[in-house]
Write a protein that binds this ligand. Sequence first.
Ligand SMILES: [Fe+2]
Ligand SMILES: [Fe+2]
Length: 288
Amino acid sequence: MNASEDPNRPLKDIGEWDDFVARDVYPEPQKRAKEDYRNYDDPARDCVRDFYRLHHEHQTYEFVREKEEKWLPTRQKTMTVLEALEFLNTLVDDSDPDIDLDQLQHLLQTSEAIRADGHEDWFVLTGFLHDLGKVLCLFGEPQWAVVGDTHPVGCRFSDRIVYSEFFDSNPDHCDERYNTRLGIYEEGCGLRNVHMSWGHDEYLYHILKDYLPEPALYMVRYHSFYAWHRENQYDYLCDDHDREMLFWVRKFNPYDLYTKCPELPRWDRLRGYYQTLLERYLPKALTF
Ligand SMILES: [Fe+2]
Ligand SMILES: [Fe+2]
């Protein structure tokens, strides 16, 4: 079955979502003026729209709690990071010429750009790891439970989230337990107490949480939380620690969105460097 025939796979490749965010929602300010991402007549954009329709309809508080129960206490496959990367790379759809980067190249371009700017090694490593949670796709999770903007569930959805009109079909939108400003949360409770829509960010955070410095963990956990780090929403759920860490999440974002090297990093030449970096911070194998 190809992507277009499977209602759970509106995107030909999950990279289409990342490309959409970088090109149409948050384009580089110096490169082009922001245009309304809704006003496109483009079949690729329709896939993204279908994707968001599913994402916003199905990411309810209850759905998120189910996924947390399924994935956080027990995971299923123990691999080295390099094995996980090879596994992730099987996601590539090479039938589509528009999707020119495989997952490894995206991670390498991100981390090499961070390294070229002279940042500390844990920051480089974070760039290299940040999307590894997308292996969820290979474990059978639908695209809309792996990628997409993340946002809190259990309280009102911000209208600054991309395609927020699709939240009208989300059952929580009409549920008075979940549709008020605070919902189930307390003012300033801290993001660590907030349940986020399920996806690769939260999942990878739990795999890495014992090994990386705190700013790195925020980058991993909240890099798709655009409503927070780009649109300044949900500050009322944050505490001072979150606000301090927001600096790092914002620092990371341009590397994730806009790094396109004219010359592709050569994995065969870089492998040794990353192997050493991985050994410095992580155990030999991780359970995904
Ligand atoms: Fe990501
Ligand atoms: Fe990424």
